[in-house]
Design a protein around this ligand. Structure first.
Ligand code: SF4
Ligand code: SF4
Length: 169
Protein backbone atom coordinates (compact mmCIF):
# COMPACT_ATOMS: atom_id res chain seq x y z
CA UNK A 1 0.00 0.00 0.00
CA UNK A 2 1.24 3.46 -0.91
CA UNK A 3 2.57 5.83 1.73
CA UNK A 4 0.12 8.72 1.56
CA UNK A 5 2.62 11.31 2.75
CA UNK A 6 5.02 10.35 -0.04
CA UNK A 7 2.20 10.63 -2.58
CA UNK A 8 1.17 14.02 -1.24
CA UNK A 9 4.79 15.26 -1.42
CA UNK A 10 5.02 13.97 -4.97
CA UNK A 11 1.75 15.67 -6.02
CA UNK A 12 2.79 18.92 -4.30
CA UNK A 13 6.13 18.77 -6.13
CA UNK A 14 4.39 18.39 -9.51
CA UNK A 15 1.92 21.14 -8.64
CA UNK A 16 4.60 23.62 -7.64
CA UNK A 17 6.66 22.87 -10.78
CA UNK A 18 3.87 22.68 -13.35
CA UNK A 19 0.55 23.67 -11.75
CA UNK A 20 0.47 27.16 -13.23
CA UNK A 21 1.28 25.94 -16.73
CA UNK A 22 -1.24 23.09 -16.52
CA UNK A 23 -3.91 25.60 -15.51
CA UNK A 24 -3.04 27.63 -18.63
CA UNK A 25 -4.12 24.67 -20.75
CA UNK A 26 -7.66 25.47 -21.84
CA UNK A 27 -8.57 21.86 -22.64
CA UNK A 28 -7.53 20.58 -19.22
CA UNK A 29 -9.23 23.48 -17.44
CA UNK A 30 -12.48 22.76 -19.31
CA UNK A 31 -12.23 19.07 -18.49
CA UNK A 32 -11.70 19.92 -14.82
CA UNK A 33 -14.82 22.12 -14.94
CA UNK A 34 -16.88 19.27 -16.43
CA UNK A 35 -15.50 16.94 -13.76
CA UNK A 36 -16.50 19.40 -11.01
CA UNK A 37 -20.01 19.68 -12.46
CA UNK A 38 -20.34 15.91 -12.47
CA UNK A 39 -19.06 15.75 -8.89
CA UNK A 40 -21.72 18.33 -7.97
CA UNK A 41 -24.38 16.17 -9.61
CA UNK A 42 -23.32 13.16 -7.50
CA UNK A 43 -23.34 15.23 -4.33
CA UNK A 44 -26.82 16.60 -5.07
CA UNK A 45 -28.11 13.09 -5.61
CA UNK A 46 -26.49 11.98 -2.34
CA UNK A 47 -28.38 14.77 -0.59
CA UNK A 48 -31.73 14.16 -2.29
CA UNK A 49 -31.58 10.40 -1.76
CA UNK A 50 -30.57 10.81 1.93
CA UNK A 51 -27.22 9.12 1.31
CA UNK A 52 -25.31 12.09 2.77
CA UNK A 53 -27.50 12.16 5.91
CA UNK A 54 -27.19 8.40 6.38
CA UNK A 55 -23.39 8.49 6.05
CA UNK A 56 -23.21 11.42 8.42
CA UNK A 57 -25.31 9.50 10.97
CA UNK A 58 -23.09 6.45 10.49
CA UNK A 59 -19.93 8.50 11.02
CA UNK A 60 -21.37 9.98 14.21
CA UNK A 61 -22.12 6.63 15.82
CA UNK A 62 -18.65 6.09 17.21
CA UNK A 63 -17.68 2.93 15.37
CA UNK A 64 -16.99 5.12 12.39
CA UNK A 65 -17.86 5.15 8.75
CA UNK A 66 -16.27 3.32 5.84
CA UNK A 67 -13.65 6.14 5.61
CA UNK A 68 -11.06 3.73 6.96
CA UNK A 69 -7.37 4.56 7.23
CA UNK A 70 -6.57 1.97 4.57
CA UNK A 71 -8.48 3.95 1.92
CA UNK A 72 -5.96 6.80 1.85
CA UNK A 73 -3.41 4.26 0.58
CA UNK A 74 -5.55 3.55 -2.49
CA UNK A 75 -5.03 7.09 -3.80
CA UNK A 76 -2.33 7.94 -6.30
CA UNK A 77 -0.29 11.01 -7.16
CA UNK A 78 -2.49 11.97 -10.12
CA UNK A 79 -5.73 12.08 -8.14
CA UNK A 80 -4.06 14.11 -5.42
CA UNK A 81 -2.61 16.45 -8.08
CA UNK A 82 -6.12 16.92 -9.52
CA UNK A 83 -7.34 17.97 -6.08
CA UNK A 84 -4.54 20.52 -5.87
CA UNK A 85 -5.47 21.84 -9.32
CA UNK A 86 -9.04 22.21 -8.02
CA UNK A 87 -7.78 24.33 -5.14
CA UNK A 88 -8.10 21.76 -2.37
CA UNK A 89 -5.94 22.38 0.69
CA UNK A 90 -4.56 19.00 1.68
CA UNK A 91 -4.42 18.16 5.38
CA UNK A 92 -1.05 18.35 7.12
CA UNK A 93 -2.06 15.81 9.75
CA UNK A 94 -4.75 13.26 10.59
CA UNK A 95 -7.81 14.84 12.17
CA UNK A 96 -9.57 11.61 13.23
CA UNK A 97 -7.40 8.84 14.64
CA UNK A 98 -7.70 5.50 12.89
CA UNK A 99 -9.51 6.99 9.89
CA UNK A 100 -8.54 8.25 6.46
CA UNK A 101 -6.16 11.22 6.43
CA UNK A 102 -8.64 13.16 4.29
CA UNK A 103 -11.55 12.79 6.71
CA UNK A 104 -12.49 15.81 8.77
CA UNK A 105 -15.23 16.43 11.29
CA UNK A 106 -17.45 17.78 8.53
CA UNK A 107 -16.68 15.01 6.05
CA UNK A 108 -14.23 14.40 3.26
CA UNK A 109 -11.76 17.21 2.51
CA UNK A 110 -11.19 16.15 -1.09
CA UNK A 111 -13.16 17.12 -4.20
CA UNK A 112 -11.81 14.50 -6.62
CA UNK A 113 -12.16 11.12 -4.95
CA UNK A 114 -11.20 7.52 -5.60
CA UNK A 115 -13.90 5.25 -7.04
CA UNK A 116 -14.50 3.43 -3.74
CA UNK A 117 -15.22 6.79 -2.08
CA UNK A 118 -17.63 7.80 -4.85
CA UNK A 119 -19.68 4.71 -5.53
CA UNK A 120 -19.47 2.34 -2.56
CA UNK A 121 -22.96 1.42 -1.39
CA UNK A 122 -22.82 -0.47 1.90
CA UNK A 123 -25.74 -2.75 2.92
CA UNK A 124 -27.36 0.10 4.88
CA UNK A 125 -27.33 2.34 1.80
CA UNK A 126 -28.57 -0.48 -0.43
CA UNK A 127 -31.52 -0.96 1.95
CA UNK A 128 -32.19 2.76 1.93
CA UNK A 129 -32.08 3.12 -1.85
CA UNK A 130 -33.48 -0.10 -3.22
CA UNK A 131 -32.44 -1.46 -6.62
CA UNK A 132 -33.85 1.30 -8.84
CA UNK A 133 -32.42 4.27 -6.95
CA UNK A 134 -29.14 2.43 -6.41
CA UNK A 135 -28.87 1.95 -10.16
CA UNK A 136 -29.64 5.64 -10.77
CA UNK A 137 -26.98 6.60 -8.25
CA UNK A 138 -24.37 4.32 -9.82
CA UNK A 139 -25.09 5.91 -13.20
CA UNK A 140 -24.50 9.43 -11.87
CA UNK A 141 -21.42 8.32 -9.90
CA UNK A 142 -20.12 6.53 -12.98
CA UNK A 143 -20.35 9.76 -14.99
CA UNK A 144 -18.25 11.51 -12.32
CA UNK A 145 -15.65 8.75 -12.39
CA UNK A 146 -15.49 8.84 -16.19
CA UNK A 147 -14.94 12.63 -16.18
CA UNK A 148 -12.17 12.15 -13.62
CA UNK A 149 -10.56 9.53 -15.84
CA UNK A 150 -10.61 11.99 -18.77
CA UNK A 151 -8.80 14.62 -16.68
CA UNK A 152 -6.27 12.07 -15.49
CA UNK A 153 -5.49 10.92 -19.03
CA UNK A 154 -5.02 14.53 -20.16
CA UNK A 155 -2.71 15.25 -17.25
CA UNK A 156 -0.60 12.20 -18.01
CA UNK A 157 -0.34 13.29 -21.65
CA UNK A 158 0.55 16.83 -20.60
CA UNK A 159 3.29 15.60 -18.27
CA UNK A 160 4.53 13.23 -20.92
CA UNK A 161 4.80 16.06 -23.46
CA UNK A 162 6.25 18.72 -21.19
CA UNK A 163 8.34 16.77 -18.69
CA UNK A 164 10.07 13.46 -18.28
CA UNK A 165 8.05 12.44 -15.24
CA UNK A 166 4.71 11.12 -16.51
CA UNK A 167 5.62 7.49 -15.95
CA UNK A 168 5.35 6.06 -12.51
CA UNK A 169 2.33 8.13 -11.46
S1 SF4 B 1 -21.40 4.07 2.95
FE1 SF4 B 1 -22.35 2.93 4.63
S2 SF4 B 1 -20.62 2.41 5.99
FE2 SF4 B 1 -19.96 4.07 4.63
S3 SF4 B 1 -20.36 5.95 5.79
FE3 SF4 B 1 -22.13 5.57 4.45
S4 SF4 B 1 -23.56 4.45 5.76
FE4 SF4 B 1 -21.56 4.32 6.74
S1 SF4 C 1 -14.44 9.72 1.17
FE1 SF4 C 1 -12.69 11.04 1.65
S2 SF4 C 1 -12.37 10.75 3.84
FE2 SF4 C 1 -13.63 9.04 3.14
S3 SF4 C 1 -12.18 7.41 2.65
FE3 SF4 C 1 -12.56 8.56 0.77
S4 SF4 C 1 -10.93 10.09 0.71
FE4 SF4 C 1 -11.03 9.31 2.76
Amino acid sequence: MADINRLIDSARGLYSLYGERILDDEIIVNQIEVYKEDIGRTIRMMQHADIAATCSDCAGQGHGSCCMQDVEGWYDTMLILINLLMGVELPESREIAGHCLFLGNTGCKLIARYFFCVNYLCPRLMNLLGQTKAHQFMTVAGRELFSGWIVEQSLRKWLNLHTDCANGY
